[in-house]
Design a protein around this ligand. Sequence first.
Ligand code: 6PG
Length: 464
Amino acid sequence: MARADIGVYGLGVMGRALALNLAEQGFDVAVTNREHSWIADVVTEAGPLAGRLHPQIGLADFVAGLKTPRVVLFMIPSGAPMESMIEAITPLLEAGDTIIDGGNANFHDTRRRAAALALQDLQYVGMGVSGGEAGARHGPSLMVGGTARAWRRLEPMLTAIAAKYQGVPCVAHLGPDGAGHFVKTVHNGVEYADMQMIAEAYGVMRFGLGMSAAEIAGQFEAWDKGPLRSYLTEITGALLRYEAAGEPFVDLIRDVAGQKGTGRWTVIEALHLGQSASLIEAAVGARSWSSQAQLRARLARRYGAARGAVSVSLEQIGDALMAGRLLAYVQGFHLLGQAAQDYGWPLDFARIAQIWRAGCIIRAAVLDEIATAFEQSRGDGQLLDAPAIVAQLRAALPGLRAVAGAALGAGHPAPALVSAVSFFDTLRIERGTANILQAQRDFFGRHGFERLDQTGQHHGPWWD
Ligand code: 6PG
């Protein structure tokens, strides 16, 4: 009998948390998984919610147990596994049914799949889900891309399970096909940048100011009570408190960072769109270079130790983090603006900032101000022009410059903070130095240039 409002395929950490969240909100959820043993585990974990879960072993029974038009949420790796599941489930579905990919998918795949399935009148929704396990279980931020028809069907369920910021659900229909997955990709790019700048600030405090991990924890806890309040500020304070045998636990963790690819995609897409996400690239690059552990060890011996003492205040470091965070958002939203134009997506930047205010990894106090700034602006995605942001940046920039400068001077790697300063300086110079690039291009390749005093294309006197 078709009883379930939605089917969740894939009961890993995120899938099971979303299934339980849906059940808690009163929805009947069919659940299944490739490894069958996981299915019973979820039902056991559900406790009093078990009555709302409908475990199924076979794919045909799983689909048959769904109310029509059917909704199937896949929480599985988004590459080849998603591809083969689409192939397997499509013959079992009917016109009007919806498949949701809730993984961190490449939005190009989402666009291609949405177009292919539309030919069979099937709805394909790419949904970015942020917030880790706790978010998925108790309220994630959800970035939805798909048709208006699919959204109408999904809205009640997704609104119910999403995080709420002062009562406003952190879920939105952002546009068709790949819009949701693209916005999630940019979210992750900003996540990488914010994490990296926090790590750089930690480095300056620990090795440049000689603070202990516990003292730094205290500083992050203090920052989390002010304008820097954010999930990443909070967890950094918390994780620095842990000890093992009286030593900071973080000292036991290898300094080699993992990455699943979404930060890299942000940079790749920025370049595809003819834009630059330099701050995010600095963060992606820092993770990549961190993996060269042996090379780093060898070069540390060859060149000698760096990381001297710095003289910056904690207030300046806080300002550096604030300015850096704002500039990461500036780059992220600029990228969203360009994608909206190129792909014809009606992206609502204020709404995106709003749904990032709770539930997701980059949730931060400043997002509320960013949302307001977009509401008040013409919506062109240019945060740097918005009065509230201008005031904040003006106040925080001297700190960013001081910290980036001190890090450079004393040999502390701070690629994201340094990149943030350079990015800002590039944009606030009315007359830059691209005239020299143009002259060089013309000198060696007759590429031509525009002149300030005449119209049209010109060549330099070097060709006379
Ligand atoms: C989120 C996160 C999440 C991401 C992890 C790991 O919004 O909940 O972005 O989706 O997968 O943070 O990402 P990396 O392995 O690339 O660091």
